[in-house]
Write a protein that binds this ligand. Structure first.
Ligand SMILES: Nc1ncnc2c1ncn2[C@@H]1O[C@H](COP(=O)(O)OP(=O)(O)O)[C@@H](O)[C@H]1O
Ligand SMILES: [Mg+2]
Length: 256
């Protein structure tokens, strides 16, 4: 399997609502795959199903691990899966407060992820935490402050540091810039773009913002009512959309 991740026929319903309907795609190493669609199209459900935060109804998820084994993520044991998520995968939540522990310091938010993967040396943890604060443009004298004393943009940057400190190979992001002021969004996007490049990450990036995918994503999937209506290279899909829904989505963003 040359791809990093294969999602095959993934489906998930909530009662009568088919939130994800036979979704299939491949993600290749170093690629940023954008998933766009209006609110309610099933983007968050898809991401949560891939990460097994949510049980899916059918389909499978294959992942090629750092040890070059193809793992059927739905079939490995719960403890192996938890270990995999801690060491090789990362998840960036839309609301930083869902991805951070608000009652422990910024440094501990970063450090405890290192402890999860076996780091025990207090000095090393502190040094790494400080280095990562620096990478996400937070002054290291804020290390012992609680995230609740941070602005929204800083909290989101701290969440990025918490996720990336373990050097995951695959990162799933759900609307990482949603809910922030436009100027703060732009700075965060720049930072994400720079980190993704330097760390050579593979990313699935969910957003309803076409500007975000245009800037970051190599490939694009357009979702509607739980289904993929169109996919391809980002520039191709955005500049020459074939499906009427994609056309409407793009033209809607052109109207102020
Ligand atoms: N926990 C839930 N219980 C019932 N329905 C849900 C739940 N979560 C999502 N849905 C429904 O599933 C569909 C897809 O939702 P979601 O994945 O959140 O879409 P998006 O992230 O694209 O806005 C919507 O119709 C939504 O109302
Ligand atoms: Mg969502």
């Amino acid at each position: 399997m040359p791809s990093l991740l294969e999602v095959q026929n993934l489906s998930k319903a909530y009662g009568a609502v088919q939130a994800c309907d036979h979704i299939s795609f491949s993600l290749y190493p170093g690629q940023i795959l954008g998933i766009i669609g209006e609110s309610g199209s099933g983007k968050t459900t898809l991401l949560n199903a891939i990460a097994h935060h949510l049980p899916h109804d059918s389909g499978q998820i294959l992942y090629r691990s750092a040890a070059n084994e193809t793992l059927n993520v739905s079939q490995i044991s719960e403890s192996d899966r938890r270990q995999l998520m801690r060491s090789e995968w990362g998840f960036v939540k839309q609301h930083a407060c869902d991805g951070l522990r608000m009652k422990v310091t910024a440094g501990a938010n970063i450090g405890e992820r290192l402890m999860d993967i076996g780091e025990r040396h207090y000095g090393n943890i502190r040094t790494e935490a400080s280095r990562w604060l620096d990478q996400v443009e937070i002054s290291s004298d804020r290390m012992d402050d609680l995230p609740s004393t941070f602005s929204g943009g800083m909290q989101q940057r701290l969440q990025l540091a918490r996720v990336l400190v373990t050097r995951p190979r695959l990162v799933l992001m759900d609307e990482p810039t949603g809910g922030l002021d436009v100027s703060v969004q732009a700075r965060l996007l720049d930072l994400i773009r720079q980190l993704v490049r330097t760390l050579d990450l593979s990313v699935i990036l969910v957003t309803h913002d076409i500007g975000v995918v245009r800037l970051l994503a190599h490939r694009l999937i357009v979702m509607r009512h739980g289904k993929i209506v169109e996919q391809g290279l980002t520039d191709q899909v955005l500049d020459d959309p074939h499906h009427p829904y994609t056309q409407a989505l793009i033209s809607a963003t052109l109207i102020p």
